[in-house]
Design a protein around this ligand. Structure first.
Ligand code: MF3
Ligand code: CO
Length: 260
């Protein structure tokens, strides 16, 4: 069932969306060759707790950390670890924050130091596809219009879309209906309605779309071990416009000229 939000409930979602945006902005300051992903997790957890939030991934269905860490071929749900970031890596950071019972969900894939041009182009395209999907998200259209816009944009540029994981509704829970796939047909799927709050999150592979889930049941990587990228925003849909509740502004301020 889709929980449509009242204007007042959308107001209540804003603090979580803001805090997650600021949290990833804080983490962005630390991303560089030499830091471990576990250290990034500690920084994020402390920042969220210091600012009155709850790290919603920690303990969710047994997930062991605050951040989902997506290095290179990892698609989603990687665990923070002793891995030390290296020049040329890419790292997606995906997490969910709760504030007063409402959730905000966001992801951004960062380059670590100097990254090969073809991979930078891949990151840019994936990020653009998020905004192409958001552009297609309007009251009266269908979820498949978002899915198709993302798929078409990425496939035209030679990349592929992961099938196993989707965007989703969000509210008091991090995952609500409807599902928001990153592939599909125009004019199909649920009708987009005033008061829907959804996360759009293209998960794009540089090579083939096939993925493998590791034995721990969480970590998902590309089968061909080519890179995967992932960007995500939390949206609120109003009658006359689609509002992006999260923002990459804090991240992009922290990145300065390393801006993607
Ligand atoms: N944004 C991720 C998702 O929608 C957050 C997962 S939190 C976890 O799947 F705890 F499930 F990892
Ligand atoms: Co999500």
């Amino acid at each position: 069932m889709v929980y449509l939000k009242t204007p007042d409930q959308i107001e209540q979602m804003r603090p979580a969306a803001l805090l997650i945006s600021q949290t990833l902005g804080e983490v962005a300051k630390w991303i560089a060759p030499g830091i471990t992903t576990r250290k990034l997790d500690t920084i994020a957890k402390e920042y969220i707790l210091d600012n009155g939030g709850r790290p919603a991934c920690l303990g969710y269905s047994g997930f062991p950390a605050t951040l989902c860490i997506e290095v290179n071929e990892t698609v989603v749900h990687g665990f923070p670890s002793g891995y030390t970031l290296r020049e040329g890596d890419i790292i997606g950071i995906d997490t969910v924050v709760g504030v007063k019972g409402w959730m905000g969900d966001m992801c951004y894939t960062f380059p670590v130091g100097e990254v090969a041009d073809n991979i930078m182009k891949f990151l840019r395209t994936t990020k653009e596809s998020l905004y192409v999907g958001i552009e297609a998200c309007k009251v009266g259209k269908r979820i498949g219009d978002i899915s198709n816009a993302i798929q078409t944009y990425c496939e035209k540029r030679g990349y592929s879309l992961v099938r196993e994981m989707c965007g989703h509704g969000i509210g008091r829970s991090m995952h609500e209906e409807p599902e928001v796939p990153n592939f599909g047909r125009r004019g199909c799927g649920p009708i987009i309605k005033n008061g829907m709050c959804i996360c759009v999150e293209p998960m794009v592979n540089m090579g083939s779309k096939n993925v493998i889930i590791e034995r721990n049941g969480w970590e998902c990587r590309t089968r061909d071990r080519k890179p995967s990228a992932h960007y995500e925003h939390t949206l609120a849909i109003h009658d006359d416009r689609t509002e992006i509740l999260t923002t990459f502004d804090y991240i992009e301020a922290a990145l300065g000229d390393r801006f993607i």
